[in-house]
Design a protein around this ligand. Sequence first.
Ligand SMILES: Cc1cc2nc3c(=O)[nH]c(=O)nc-3n(C[C@H](O)[C@H](O)[C@H](O)COP(=O)(O)OP(=O)(O)OC[C@H]3O[C@@H](n4cnc5c(N)ncnc54)[C@H](O)[C@@H]3O)c2cc1C
Length: 398
Amino acid sequence: MTDLEAFRAEARAWLEASAPPSLVGQPGSQLDGVWGGRRWRWADPDRKAWLERMAARGWTAPAWPRAYGGGGLSPAEAKVLAQELRALRLPPPLIGFGLTMIGPTLLQFGSEEQKREHLPPICRGEIRWCQGYSEPGAGSDLASLQTRAERDGDHFVVTGQKVWTSYADQADWIFALVRTKPDAPRKQDGITFLLIDMQSPGVSVAPIKLISGSSPFCETRFDHVRVPVRNAVGAIDGGWTVAKALLGHERSMIGDAFGAGAGSGGKGLADLARRYVGADGQRIADPLVRDRVAQCEMDTRAFLLTVQRTRDAAKAGHKPGPETSIFKVYGSELNKRRQELMVEIVGPQALGWEGPGFEDAELQLTRDWLRSRGNSIEGGTSEIQLNIIAKRVLGLPD
Ligand SMILES: Cc1cc2nc3c(=O)[nH]c(=O)nc-3n(C[C@H](O)[C@H](O)[C@H](O)COP(=O)(O)OP(=O)(O)OC[C@H]3O[C@@H](n4cnc5c(N)ncnc54)[C@H](O)[C@@H]3O)c2cc1C
């Protein structure tokens, strides 16, 4: 038996013994699960036990170094662990922007002190993070951001407004882009990447309501918020490099999650079609619907295999580059296509908002479909990703 086979056997035995039986068969996704943080409300004690057991073993962040709360696994071992979790149909114990965005960025750019302070609480699900990039006048053109940070001894004093900050009302910390050198010749220069405690005096948040009825994001205001200078990640005035690296992690995560059919709650398209359109034995009765379902499932499968290949390369040390824009565009367009198809299959029953004529799952479908409209905007719009692909992947002229 090779070392890797031995690791697989050991990991499987441990997972089988440690995972609460109620969680088997609930695979979840990168957007649907336990986000953790000080304000997290535990609806299910089994989920809590699962997080604690996995965190104690370092397996909430299997490939991160042990010194920072991770599992210290090699890329090959981390891949085996992910395969075993999938095989047992177990949910990730923890999800969120700590694990997928700021954690990998700190590993790459953070000081030793920052890694030791922030990474272990992320791994244990104790601190939840949000992202303070966009502003009313800076979305696609992110480098135009105006939130100011003025130096006052060993602190910055931050004043300004962020917008569309997902889950700011539930986050404990925010990673934010601030302007530290307003007179820099290029707008990309003079930006600093700052870690800010949401409990600092002067931070306030106001939820924004979406078309889907939920309020997953907020306006975040900073009114003379004092932030220690040691909370700058990377060079002061040199935060644009850090910001772009983080966007690479974000786009990988979004493409990955949407490609996996996030928002569909994992419901199979074929099952839905057999139920609402009709079945001819095991086949979907309508050949046109059958064809579209098969196409969507094949595209999803092919996409996920490609994402998996990149994930393996990332575990082997390759940092995400502009190619993550391809995943972002394709994954979000795929999820939108999938949601549209679900609504078409379910028909008028997928157009309800409330009332006794609809099942809960049907009402959820309406909301998921509306929510999916934002997929090609969040994390950078599809148009912007296509520009990046044209310039930085294909090398086309401006
Ligand atoms: C669900 C959701 C969650 C989000 N979460 C966060 C978050 O947590 N933190 C955060 O900081 N931000 C978040 N955002 C904001 C998101 O990053 C921005 O909405 C996005 O970058 C677009 O910026 P904008 O809304 O200002 O649109 P604009 O930049 O004003 O763009 C408007 C339109 O113009 C097009 N456009 C703009 N420039 C160009 C160009 N050069 N070439 C071609 N077309 C162009 C765009 O594609 C778009 O169609 C979230 C957004 C959504 C929808």
